[in-house]
Structure formats: C-alpha cells, structure tokens
Design a protein around this ligand. Structure first.
Ligand SMILES: [Zn+2]
Length: 339
C-alpha cells in the first residue's frame, strides 16, 4: 500500500470523532466561519498524517509487532524469549530438519521477504540457502547471529571456514543471544528496556543450565567421556564440556561415510570400552547402526544410548522444542548412557 493510500485509510478509520468534536466546539463558540473550518480541517489532516505514520508499513506485523523470520529453531527460541509480546517469530526449519541440506520453499521465500528482520545462524550452516540469505540481507535488517562470536573461539574447518554447530557450547551461544538482543533493539528501540530485561532473564537461565550440566557431566568417569555420534555436530560441546567427540560423517550431513570410518570408530569403541553411541534427530540411523553392528562382530557390545538433538530441536510445545529443553535432554541422555 502506498503512503497516500495508507493516509486516507487512516483518516477514514480513526479520527472521525476528533474531527466532529473540533467542529462542534467551533460551532458552539459561534465563530464557525468557512475559513476557520478549512483551517481546522487542515490541522486535523496534519495530525492524522502524523499519526498514520507510513513507517508502520515497514515495521508492521500484526498489531504493530515486529515480525522476525529465523532459519533455525535455536535462533527463533532466543528471538521469541527476548522479544516477548513485541515480536512475532517464524522459524523456517522445524523438528528433524537438516539445516545443511535445507532448501527454502516458496513459502519460506515469502516469509523472508515479508519479515521486518531476518535472523539466521550463519557460518555456512544454512548451506543451500546462502545465496538467498545474502540477497535478503541487502534488502532488510538481517544478521548471521553466530558470526558475532569472536573468530578465535571458533573451531576452524578449512580455509576461512568454521564449524557452525556453536549452540552446543552455552558460553559461545550467549554471543549469538547478545546479537539477537542487539538486532531487536535496533529494529524497535522503543522497547529496548523490555528487551534488556527479557534477555537478562533468558541468559541467566542458560548460565544456570550450563552450571547444572557441568555438575551432571562430572558424574561420568573421565575416561568414559567419549561421544560417538553420526555427524560432527558436537565438536564445540566436546571442547566446552570435556568430551572426546567422534563423528561418523564430516561436518555436514552432505558428506558420505565409508567402511574405513566405520572400522576406525569400532576400534575406538572397543579400545576405550565405550558403552554407548548416539543417534541424532536430524541424521538417519543407518550410519550409526553400522558402527554398532561392526562392534558386535568384534565382540564388543555397544548400545545405542538414545538419541540426541543435533541440528534441529524438538516439536514446538514440548520441552525439547525449546533451546534449554533440548540442551538438557542431550545432557541427561549422555550422562545416563555413559556413566
Ligand atoms: Zn550439522
């Protein structure tokens, strides 16, 4: 809608009462000349124009809320908590979705184009959406939130590339949370105080989750702190919380795994007497089952220690559908299987 159309709609809808009252006052004073009427009309129009504020089109979700489209649920979770009632957050990638392979649908493109702000994880996590995200970021406020983490804290993965799975280190993910807070404040400075308050609460929760997780991990014998999963989503987790991490596939689920990889892992499991390996929410069970069977053939019994959330979170509305719930699920699953 053009600004002019917007203006007329606003005059039609909102300030009829104001106009009537103003005219009535003028009449009551007995000074209602045509000149006066038209000057009053002009000032009413100006007030209407100011109130109609064309900017509400660009920052306009329903009821003036800031609309945010996030790629992953981890990013959406922080935006929802920090934004509270002032935002409307849409997450493109639901439960079980693999962000490395995810391609934007037509519906997604619409959601990205219509949002006031676009937030994505970045560091090439959304590998197949990069072209579109780069294009969108030229058109509107957008941020690759994980790219706000200082480079020296990232795990290199090739030339100018970094492991993108940063959300499994709470201290690192807090940088991304800070960036989300900053983006919200930039888009709606009038709610900055609310965003600060919500963000503080959210971050306190995550810090306490971090502390509790370390306590639980402390109950696993040190030599048993080995995490074997289907793809390398847990390198930051391992570095942060003291696990040796082995993944069957490369960093992206796009890469293939071979017999050699399976054999290497089987030897590791047997040598270190690791009790369990884990499946992941966004990766097929086929690969990890190959390892379990390989170990059995060598006479070492390995169980599948339950499944971990890796790149995707749980169903919306469940505990695991939140960042904190998903993280806690992983900790509890790992601790009970390896203890
Ligand atoms: Zn991944």
């Amino acid at each position: 809608m053009s600004c002019i159309n917007h203006l007329f709609l606003n005059i039609k809808n909102c300030h009829k009462t104001d106009i009537n009252i103003t005219f009535k006052r003028e009449r009551d004073k007995g000074k209602g000349t045509d000149m006066k009427k038209s000057s009053v009309m002009a000032s009413v129009l100006m007030v209407c124009f100011a109130l109609s504020s064309c900017s509400s089109e660009s920052s306009g979700g329903q009821k003036g809320k800031l609309t945010i489209t996030a790629t992953t649920s981890q990013v959406a979770d922080a935006a929802e908590h920090i934004g509270g009632d002032h935002v409307e957050v849409t997450s493109l990638m639901g439960p079980g979705v693999d962000p490395h392979l995810y391609k934007a649908s037509q519906g997604d493109t619409k959601k990205l184009t219509e949002a006031d702000v676009v937030l994505y994880s970045g560091l090439h996590l959304e590998g197949k959406m990069e072209h579109m995200l780069t294009k969108i970021s030229r058109q509107k406020p957008s941020a690759a939130v994980a790219e706000s983490i200082p480079k020296e804290k990232l795990i290199p993965a090739g030339e100018n590339m970094y492991d993108p799975h940063v959300w499994f280190s709470i201290p690192l993910w807090l940088y991304a949370v800070d960036e989300i807070e900053a983006q919200l404040k930039k888009a709606k400075p009038e709610y900055a105080d609310d965003f600060t308050k919500n963000a503080q609460e959210y971050k306190e929760n995550l810090k306490s989750l971090d502390k509790k997780s370390r306590e639980k991990i402390g109950t696993i014998p040190e030599k048993s702190r080995v995490l074997v999963t289907a793809h390398d989503a847990f390198a930051y987790f391992g570095k942060e919380y003291g696990f040796e991490v082995r993944g069957l596939q490369g960093l992206s689920t796009d890469s293939d795994y071979g017999l050699k990889d399976v054999q290497k892992l089987v030897s590791l499991l047997a040598n270190k007497e690791i009790k369990a390996v884990f499946t992941e929410s966004s990766v097929s069970k086929k690969s990890i089952n190959a390892v379990v069977e390989g170990a059995k053939e060598k006479g070492h019994d390995v169980s599948v220690g339950g499944w971990l959330y890796s790149d995707a979170m749980g169903e919306k509305g469940t505990k695991e559908g939140t960042y904190a719930g998903m993280f806690a699920h992983n900790i509890d699953t790992i601790v009970s299987s390896l203890k």
